[in-house]
Write a protein of this length. Structure first.
Length: 73
């Protein structure tokens, strides 16, 4: 009985990990004459930060706003 429960636990853990790896987040940040995309496979916050940093680097005035974030492919 213990082995059966352990194997069920491992199987559900692997399925949960496989489904979370397939989803990614894509965000768009826009500013004064610039925009940038950010993408992360695990965390929407990291995707937002990547988009903001890329937009601020390209903009003459480093003020950017997140326009949208979506689950990507």
């Amino acid at each position: 009985m213990g082995r059966l429960l352990a194997s069920i636990f491992v199987a559900t853990s692997l399925l949960a990990m496989a489904s979370s790896e397939a989803s990614a987040w894509v965000c768009l940040a826009a500013g004064v004459s610039s925009s940038a995309y950010g993408r992360d496979y695990y965390n929407v916050v990291d995707a937002k930060l990547m988009a903001l940093r890329g937009c601020e680097r390209r903009s003459p005035i480093p003020i950017c706003t997140i326009m949208w974030c979506r689950p990507g492919r």
